[in-house]
Design a binder for this molecule. Structure first.
Ligand code: IPD
Ligand code: CA
Ligand code: CA
Length: 261
């Protein structure tokens, strides 16, 4: 098993990289100059690429032979060992429209299991991190999930509704009927960090990629929450659909989603 020390060294570098990229994004907020279309309704800006360059440079200075998997680079063949999982801006479409809900996300996996995660929310100066068996923190203060039940729950729901509208809207309707309220933020990491610190109770995602969730799901688990796929199985870096919760409401959400399939 990989040692704590090897994880801590990398977590510290992830913090440095996220802060450096995040400060650049904050300084340039409102000044996107170049936007390209990656696919239908999927944009990337010059600042996503600049943030990616900063993060990659900081990592490679110290851990040149680790794998790097970034949303903004071609997917590499992954070797065994450490993989850095990078989303330079989670919430790109918010960022492009000057909506200040976005974050920098860096997960660190050993083989297919995430062992540390760092998320920086530049506009609110919140730095979240977690490391295997060491708990979850925001600006070095320990954070924990809430104990709210389903009736009191604030939930975040997938923003990829257009990919499977019938099934997803049916699930949304059934959950909306049970919970306190539903939000869609346009940034997975914003939702996941709110759950980890007990401000909200659930995120349901159908179409996320590993760079959207690697750091955030680890932070939720270290904050005492629960994460599974829709069948209740453990997650890893190959998971597609997942629910992440405060734990209290998890089984009821799973049952509701599966009753509606
Ligand atoms: C997206 C956001 C969005 C989520 C999408 C992601 P991006 O990431 O996190 O909230 O629903 O699935 O792709 O493109 O802004 O990095
Ligand atoms: Ca993302
Ligand atoms: Ca992104």
């Amino acid at each position: 098993m990989v040692s704590d020390n090897n994880i801590t060294l990398r977590k510290d570098v992830a913090v440095k990289a996220a802060l450096e990229a995040g400060e650049m994004l904050k300084k340039n907020f409102g000044h996107v100059t170049d936007i390209k279309t990656k696919s239908d309704r999927n944009l990337v800006s010059d600042l996503d690429l600049k943030a990616d360059e900063i993060i990659t440079r900081v990592i490679e200075e110290k851990f040149e032979s680790d794998n790097i998997l970034s949303e903004e680079k071609p997917i590499p063949e992954l070797e065994a060992g450490f993989t850095w999982i990078i989303d330079p801006i989670d919430g790109t479409h918010n960022y492009i429209r000057n909506i200040a809900i976005f974050g920098v996300s860096i997960g660190i996996a050993y083989d297919d299991k995430v062992v540390a995660g760092v998320i920086y929310m530049p506009t609110t100066n919140e730095l979240y991190w977690a490391q295997r068996d060491k708990g979850a923190y925001c600006n070095d203060k320990r954070i924990r999930v809430s104990q709210r039940d389903i009736r009191q729950a604030t939930i975040f729901f997938d923003s990829g509704i257009r990919y499977e509208p019938d099934a997803i809207l049916k699930s949304l309707g059934s959950l909306a009927d049970k919970v306190f309220n539903v939000r869609m933020l346009g940034s997975t990491v914003r939702g996941l960090t709110y759950i980890a610190e007990g401000k909200a109770e659930l995120e349901v995602e159908y179409t996320d990629q590993v760079w959207d969730y690697a750091a955030g799901l680890h932070i939720i688990e270290e904050a005492g929450g629960r994460v599974t796929d829709f069948k209740g199985n453990e997650w890893n870096i190959n998971t597609k659909e997942y629910i992440a919760s405060n734990g209290v409401i998890h089984d009821e959400v799973l049952n509701t989603l599966n009753d509606n399939k």
